[in-house]
Write a protein that binds this ligand. Sequence first.
Ligand code: IPM
Ligand code: MG
Length: 352
Amino acid sequence: MDYKIALLPGDGIGPEIVAQAVKVLKAAGNKFGHHFEFSEGLVGAAAIDARGNAFPDETLRLCMDADAVLFGAIGDPRFDNDPKAKVRPEQGLLAMRRELGLYANIRPVTTFRSLIHKSPLRPDLVEGADFVVVRELTGGIYFGEPRGRSEDLEKAYDTSVYTRAEIRRIADLGFEYAARRDKRLTVVDKANVLATSRLWRETIQEMEPDHPEIAVDYMFVDNAAMQIIQWPKKFDVLVTENMFGDILSDEASVITGSLGLLPSASVGIHTSVFEPIHGSYPQAAGKDIANPLATVLSAAMLLEISLKLTEEAAAVRAVVARSMEEGIVTEDIATGKAYKTSEVGEWLAANL
Ligand code: IPM
Ligand code: MG
């Protein structure tokens, strides 16, 4: 089959890591008889420099026309400490989510035995932890109106808004993931304080009878933040609003010691986007040292979720596992010799 894949390498190490995932996808295409047509678009600081816009229209069209989008990273230190910057790379990411209707961000958190020693937690706490964070991505305080500054600039405000329909569609996905896994769904909210959270709870409680096989529990976000650290193994699927999901998914990603290995998917109304969860790592940009495995595993999610190529996705995951067993990895996770980003990509493509 022929598939169109849009590549948005973005900033920092983005271009280098996306290039490795492309090598692996091409190898998978050859092995399984598919043809992937790649086309590249600008996003983030790279797009601001070239077009003055972090998510240009041509990039949106490219994404809309594609079967899936592989995304690198976004963010540039030039903008981070300048709260007055008029255009920011992150706006590109938010515009992409809004325009493509990417209402769900899915982050599987898995442990890799060989990396457990990198975890900030005791090995016995994290070994075997395996859960998924399903984060709402196009609502809540990230997008709610009104937002802004008072005329005298002495006050600023953001508004968190959720509709029942928005909650239902993300909760549907949470139930779906739980059904495929251990059948436990934890709804994270702040229903003791926030009206939006009470609507979340009410809406999902109403949905429970349609999913009798799923055990649902409700947890306040502060408590969830604590329990993810204390008992990471107790979770199966967490579903939560945009802002809480942003915070908890970063927390979750780091406890396994595998930050450089965790992929994510953003899915919704139009084309889905797949990206590593780590950032643009500007200090490493251009040095050929960044770990490409999270991006390669994001490509595996792309194969599975968007293209429904399950066997191909499994083959990509298997070759990643082998590269780790055989120590063909970058310096961040190497115990012996460290390989370059490009060398890891080539090895994966050759050994798939
Ligand atoms: C993420 C990031 C983004 C977010 C930033 C870069 C806007 O932290 O994807 O989690 O807050 O959603
Ligand atoms: Mg985040």
